[in-house]
Design a binder for this molecule. Structure first.
Ligand code: ADP
Ligand code: MG
Length: 679
């Protein structure tokens, strides 16, 4: 625990504490940052007859009579009045004790809208409480908190007021930093947000751009940065093999390549090479748009590990992709004498045992799917773990690979470029290398949007395309609800295109094919003996057949932006001019229309990702890598980008110069939730 000791608990009954826990409120510190959704003005009383209809007001009335009526539906109807006139209060759902409270003679303050009803002024479901004697009116606006069944606003207010009166409000952000960033003190900001004085302009508060809100949002992103940067530093304390190559394996691989590395690839190789030579584990993300040439960069890193006497593992998310990597790496490295093992879920038991034994013994490179991280695999000397298309794996799977064989260096790769603020936020615990250059000689892919009424024209286009010896992909509509239906559609599309394209050879590949069949089909397509490959999205990631220069996607409106970008990235890999035809069905939903417009207008993966982020918001965007998501309740990565930038630098300084304050800050903001973060 911290120097400050254990976080102060919430003083409440066991039952209430359980309910509060559902709201994420475990300690007093959590209450402090449980901020209102909105406010109501209970600082004034309005006489019933003066209440402007349809605006929220507070009245103080005495009950004249109350009864439960059954028509038109069961309801509690209360007749009440103040000195100015009468008002009906109507409750459609109520507890017996509420009925008892509202007995004749009871005096209460009710908050809500007054409207003209059948019998005169009425309030439907006002919030109310009984008053005795001359209870003073609140001095500030009344906060309305997010809550859950069984925890009333009054209870929350009381608990939060107690927490605010406690001694846990000391500022963790240094005065100088606050001044530079023009942020008010935390105590002041929280007191203000929990109870703004009457007359406070509510717009800035509700839009959350009041300075007090900015302070809270800054603290929140600061906690995230502190936590990720601390994890980053902690990993540097762990040991890893310093991979200093003894031989010239990487040089020999380069010499055998039919191309020269791009400048971006050279930079990446140098950065990764330097990391690998250090005695603590590398945690690097290699980001590069589809086709930017990440595989060779990874292969050169593997060479460095192998040449230093260690093993490298290369994990890919799908069987097709893993197999393609296996083939490519075998073609590159086997002639140089590297021993390569292959592990995938579809291997027969005996073959799998044999490959596992090789991984445990003398294999230098092990390529495979997530079969690589299964229990039975025991690497002899794993020095480097490479994870391709890392966003496809859950956090747990990536951690499992790291745990194999002690503490290997880790290289993650992703073709899903993520915008800068998001990267800073979610990947703050990683070093990032970006391949910002495509290999030369690529021709841009021409994108066309075609309504599915013109499908025949597209088929004719595919026929002409095939007749001159060029190949095409035809991607079947995505049917997320049912795998069976998806399969059926793929088979029907295959049969139909076969009939429509009599002069061409049509192949079919989908997720449910046996590995050997899948392999044979992909190999035939790569060798050019299949002209048109009908496929489900199994080809979405990584597949690389340079002679394929036409991509047709049916029902493109059902695909997400990054999927469409990935699919389009399958073509445009050779010298031939390539095109991508997106068939869509009408009517298009508004989002689908915007997605298609974006994919039509932009080819740059980063720009597409930026647009995607705007369309979807960060939570969904980062997909399986959600560990950082629950940590941001108030800040918004796009709108508060400046705060994220600032927090990043402040976090570094705090970890160096004020570690105790950093620890208190983490406790306050993350408390028990620190476990949610990767370590
Ligand atoms: P991705 O980054 O999408 O994984 P790949 O590694 O599959 O890209 O590379 C795409 C294609 O480009 C492959 O056929 C690969 O051999 C080729 N390639 C990679 N680097 C270069 C280069 N510097 N010059 C020419 N072709 C290259
Ligand atoms: Mg790839």
């Amino acid at each position: 625990m911290t120097a400050a000791g254990a976080p102060a608990p919430i003083r409440a009954s066991e039952a209430l504490r359980k309910k509060l826990a559902k709201l994420g409120l475990h300690g007093a510190a959590d209450l402090l940052v449980h901020l209102p959704l909105r406010y109501e003005d209970e600082t004034r009383l309005t006489p019933v007859v003066e209440a402007p209809w349809g605006e929220p007001v507070q009245v103080e009335v005495t009950v004249l009579s109350s009864e439960v009526q059954f028509r038109p539906r069961r309801q509690l109807v209360v007749r009440a009045a103040d000195a100015s006139g009468e008002v009906w209060l109507r409750f459609f759902s109520f507890y017996p004790n509420q009925k008892a409270m509202l007995a004749e003679g009871a005096r209460l303050r009710a908050f809500g809208e007054v409207r003209g009803g059948f019998f005169g002024a009425e309030m439907v479901h006002p919030r109310f409480h009984l008053v005795a004697g001359d209870e003073p009116l609140p001095a500030g606006l009344t906060p309305i908190y997010p809550t859950t069944a069984g925890v009333g606003q009054a209870t929350l207010r009381k608990l939060i007021a107690q927490a605010l009166a406690g001694d846990d409000l000391a500022d963790t952000v240094a005065e100088a930093v606050r001044q530079r960033l023009q942020l008010p003190a935390l105590a002041k900001s929280l007191r203000f947000l929990h109870g703004p004085p009457p007359g406070t302009a509510l717009e800035a508060l509700l839009a959350r751009n009041h300075p007090a809100w900015r302070r809270v949002k800054f603290d929140e992103v600061l906690a995230q940065q502190l936590s990720l940067r601390r994890a980053y530093r902690a990993r540097r304390q762990q040991g890893a093999p310093a991979l200093a190559p003894a031989g010239d394996l990487a040089e020999r691989l380069r010499a055998a390549l039919p191309f020269r590395l791009t400048g971006a690839q050279e930079r990446a190789v140098a950065e990764i090479g330097a990391d690998l030579a250090r005695p603590y584990p590398m945690q690097r993300l290699l980001q590069g748009d589809v086709g930017s040439g990440k595989t060779i960069v990874a292969a050169l890193a593997a060479c460095q590990a192998i040449d230093s006497g260690w093993q490298a593992a290369f994990m890919a998310p799908t069987e097709i992709l893993a197999e393609q990597h296996y083939e490519k790496l075998t073609a590159w490295l086997e002639p140089l004498g590297v021993r390569i093992a292959w592990l995938s879920g579809s291997l027969k038991a005996a073959a799998k045992r044999q490959q596992q034994a090789r991984a445990a013994a003398d294999a230098q490179l092990v390529v495979g799917t997530h079969a690589l991280i299964q229990e039975a695999v025991d690497f002899a000397r794993l020095g480097l773990a490479i994870v391709d298309e890392q966003h496809r794996f859950g956090v747990a799977q990536r951690l499992a690979l790291r745990k194999k064989g002690g503490n290997p260096h880790q290289l993650m790769m992703s073709a899903t470029p993520i915008p800068r603020t998001l990267a800073m936020s979610y990947y703050a615990d990683l070093d990032v290398t970006v391949l910002d250059e495509l290999p030369p000689g690529r021709s841009p892919v021409k994108t066309r949007l075609v309504a599915d009424g013109r499908r025949d024209d597209v088929v004719a286009f595919v026929a002409r395309h095939g007749e001159v010896g060029r190949q095409a992909y035809w991607v079947c509509p995505l049917i997320e609800e049912s795998e069976a239906l998806q399969l059926q559609t793929a088979e029907e599309t295959f049969a139909r295109l076969g009939a429509e394209l009599p002069g061409l050879t049509v192949g079919l590949v989908h997720g449910r094919l046996k590995a050997a069949q899948k392999h044979a089909t992909m190999a035939a397509f790569a060798a050019g003996s299949i002209d048109v490959l009908v496929a489900t999205t199994v080809i979405e990631v990584g597949v690389d057949v340079p002679n394929a220069s036409l991509m047709v996607v049916e029902h493109a409106e059902r695909f997400g932006l990054s999927q469409l970008h990935q699919l389009r990235g399958r073509v445009g890999r050779g010298a031939a001019e390539s095109s991508c035809v997106l068939l869509y069905a009408q009517p298009l939903s508004e989002t689908a229309r915007r997605r298609l417009k974006i994919i039509f207008e932009y080819t740059d993966g980063f720009e597409i990702a930026r647009q995607d982020l705007q369309l979807r918001g960060p939570g969904e965007f980062v997909g399986s890598r959600q560990s950082g998501v629950p940590l941001l309740r108030y800040a918004d990565l796009e709108g508060d980008a400046d705060l994220v930038e600032a927090a990043r630098t402040v976090a570094e300084t705090m970890l160096d110069e004020a570690p105790a304050a950093a620890e208190r800050h983490l406790q306050r903001w993350l408390g028990a939730r620190q476990d949610l973060l990767r370590s």
